[in-house]
Design a protein around this ligand. Structure first.
Ligand SMILES: [Mg+2]
Length: 249
């Protein structure tokens, strides 16, 4: 039997790598809503009123959540048999290209973040402080290009020793989740082997990344009732909230 700490981690774990949206912040629902608005407008214009809407739970979990923005557009559209030209990062939000749709979604997301603010999961912040107090190192690993702004908005930037987000991944040419490269980069920057790092993720693509990277422990965070799918994608344990892992005083 693996020996566990008071915080519910194998005693061999030296670093904790956290996804942002859905693990640290309650932004997963905001992302899903922005994607739905984007895709439904696109599908309605294409197929008329009888269009099949984007499912903000099933389609979001399967094709979009956790992936870099352009990959999310491509993967969802492919599931509907639709291919669009790539276009370029500077495409206007109304361009019918992969980048254009991605930019539209980002515009809607930022609008929602600005007007609704960003909410953190307090239990995750408590857990972060507790693992750091126990001497573990921490990293934030997010596909989001807005990661830094979001961390500042919730005053949590200094809870992480390293940050690998959409901006850093683009600079270093790292492929996003479900590939493990961004998590592996965070572990490397912390000087910890993957086998001694734990991954905290709410996305199926994040579970895949954790498994593919050979991480020591993969915690699935189930905010939407997809416990079985998280286990099927490689979680070692699934919790609804990080407080379930152990008492962080
Ligand atoms: Mg997430």
């Amino acid at each position: 039997m693996t020996e566990m700490t008071r915080l519910g981690l194998p005693t061999t774990v030296q670093a904790c790598l956290f996804d942002l949206d859905g693990v640290v912040t309650r932004t997963a629902v905001v992302h899903a809503a922005a994607w739905k608005e984007t895709f439904d407008a696109f599908l309605r214009a294409r197929d008329g009123e009888g269009f099949r809407p984007f499912d903000a739970v099933a389609d979001y979990d399967e094709y979009v959540d956790g992936r870099p923005r352009a990959d999310g557009v491509r993967t969802f559209l492919a599931s509907r048999g639709i291919g669009l030209p790539e276009g370029g990062p500077g495409d206007p939000p109304d361009a019918e290209t992969v980048n254009g749709l991605g930019n539209r979604k980002n515009e809607l997301l930022l609008e929602r973040i600005r007007t609704g603010g960003v909410e953190a999961y307090d239990s995750t912040l408590r857990y972060l402080r507790a693992v750091r107090a126990d001497g573990l190192r921490t990293g934030i690993v997010s596909s989001s290009a807005n990661c830094r702004d979001v961390l500042r908005a919730i005053d949590a930037e200094d809870l992480f020793d390293v940050r690998i987000d959409g901006v850093v991944a683009a600079e270093r040419g790292l492929p996003g989740k479900p590939r493990p490269d961004t998590f592996l980069a965070a572990a490397r920057d912390l000087g910890v082997e993957a086998g001694r790092a734990a991954v905290f993720e709410d996305a199926l693509a994040g579970m895949d990344a954790g498994r593919a990277g050979g991480f020591g422990y993969v915690v699935g965070v189930d905010r939407v009732g997809q416990t079985e799918a998280l286990y099927a994608h490689g979680a070692d344990v699934v919790v609804k909230d990080l407080a379930e892992l152990g008492e962080a005083e």
